[in-house]
Design a protein around this ligand. Structure first.
Ligand SMILES: [Zn+2]
Ligand SMILES: [Zn+2]
Length: 281
């Protein structure tokens, strides 16, 4: 059984996310440790890290994932790359201080320039981050993307290329996002499609590298390269792969994080659906 959870707000303080997770019965959560739309994050006080760690320890939450800032682009121009390397290093330090298991990262964007060059920039930036944060040991999970506008990471092959370029550093992992994979063109809505995806991941990067899943339906079409999250079953994917995934013994103890909209049935409704689906597979 995977660890079911959602992206949870830290409004009012990081430890408040744990209270919200408890109220929803989450087994895993994803948070932003800082405002994801700003470069500068203030450093954590001992009071903050202590309150978070105590709340986490006393809770039923077994795994916490951080989602890195949206501004980070390890494949951007030189100025952006430098800022991005610093921001990701700071994020990894915060994860270490807070006892967070891994950080999810958007691989970056070529801004429609040469994708091969962008991939090389991404690998070089990651190499720098990995070597400068060696002591913290926090895994970096490259997220699969829908492939909109020159965004890297829309294929498993591309993520595999990055890992290969970094000699399969053990701290590199993958966050498989079903909404994005569907947007990038993979047929993930059926049992057969799900199995083909798993085989592809297994063959190219190894299932043990998948340390997080993101789930939501997609309002766009398959292959539409759109990243438009919808409630489970309310887009082109349906509910089939979500049910199979949460019952899949190969992802026992792997966080499966809802990134569905907060309106309508909200996290509580989607979690209830997942628990029902988990029982039926
Ligand atoms: Zn993301
Ligand atoms: Zn998305």
């Amino acid at each position: 059984m995977s660890l079911l959870g959602a992206h949870i707000s830290v409004s009012g303080g990081l430890h408040r996310a744990i209270d919200r997770a408890q109220a929803l019965g989450c087994e895993a959560i994803q948070i932003f440790t800082r405002n994801p739309l700003q470069w500068r994050g203030k450093s954590l006080s001992e009071g903050e890290t202590g309150a978070f760690r105590r709340a986490l320890l006393a809770s039923g939450v077994k795994s916490v994932i951080s989602h890195a800032s949206y501004l980070i682009n390890l494949a951007g121009d030189e100025h952006v790359r430098r800022r991005s390397v610093d921001a990701l290093k700071a994020e990894i330090e915060r994860c270490y201080q807070l006892g967070i298991d891994a950080v999810v990262l958007h691989p970056g964007s070529s801004k429609n320039e040469d994708p091969a060059l962008a991939r090389n920039f991404l690998a070089a930036s990651l190499e720098r981050v990995l070597s400068d944060t060696d002591g913290f040991g926090v895994p970096i999970l490259l997220e699969t993307m829908a492939g909109q506008g020159g965004v890297l990471g829309s294929t498993i092959e591309e993520l595999a290329w990055v890992m290969e370029a970094l000699d399969w550093d053990p701290r590199l992992g993958m966050c498989a996002d079903l909404c994005h994979l569907f947007g990038a063109g993979l047929e993930v809505g059926t049992e057969g499609g799900y199995e083909r995806l798993i085989s592809s991941i297994s063959l190219r990067v190894g299932l043990e590298r998948v340390k997080c899943w993101h789930i939501s339906d997609n309002k766009g079409a398959r292959g539409g390269r759109m990243d438009r999250h919808a409630h489970l079953g309310e887009g082109g994917i349906g509910t089939v792969p979500f049910g199979i995934l949460v019952a899949d013994a190969r992802f026992r103890n792997t966080p499966v994080i809802l990134e569905t909209p907060k309106d309508g049935i909200g996290d509580a409704g989607n979690l209830a659906l997942l628990r029902k689906l988990r029982g039926s597979w």
